[in-house]
Design a binder for this molecule. Sequence first.
Ligand code: HEM
Length: 143
Amino acid sequence: MWPPVPANDRSCVKPYTIWPNTSDESPLEIPTEGLIWILSHAIHRDPKYYEDPNKFDPERFSIENKHKIRPYTYLPFGLGPRNCIGSRFALLEIKILFFKLLLNFELGIGEKMVYPLKLARNGFIHTAEGGFWLSLKKLDSST
Ligand code: HEM
């Protein structure tokens, strides 16, 4: 829902025309070196591709459901030959981090956390205004 990188860019290496789909659209000419922004955030929130797109629903990515995701509509790590080289490493790191955190701590919202969360306005990357502040309560490992 919140791709850290909300958009990817590509530079056009030869002129290209996107032809209209409907009679009220005009052709879009992209010149050589024209910069194209692919708005992953907007694509991820598009009800054309995701049912109830603003709902936090991790089950969309379950083994049973993930085949329903249309190709090229989920791109938090970009796509194609220049996609993120570190994507598998990043996912593995995140899984290990959450495994360790959930195994050992009860997580809560820290006192300094702006909640409900607001998006930071100063930067390109999606992050929370004021940062992320969690409280960690050590779980009793004897139970
Ligand atoms: C959650 C973590 C990460 C996210 C969301 C992320 C996202 C992205 C995105 C969107 C791109 C642009 C892809 C495109 O234009 O198609 C990118 C490129 C890249 N990322 Fe990541 N990334 C993450 C972690 C990492 C890590 C851990 C590494 C290295 C260890 C890494 C290395 C790179 C490199 C080198 C590129 C440039 C690839 C190229 O231009 O060929 N990233 N990343």
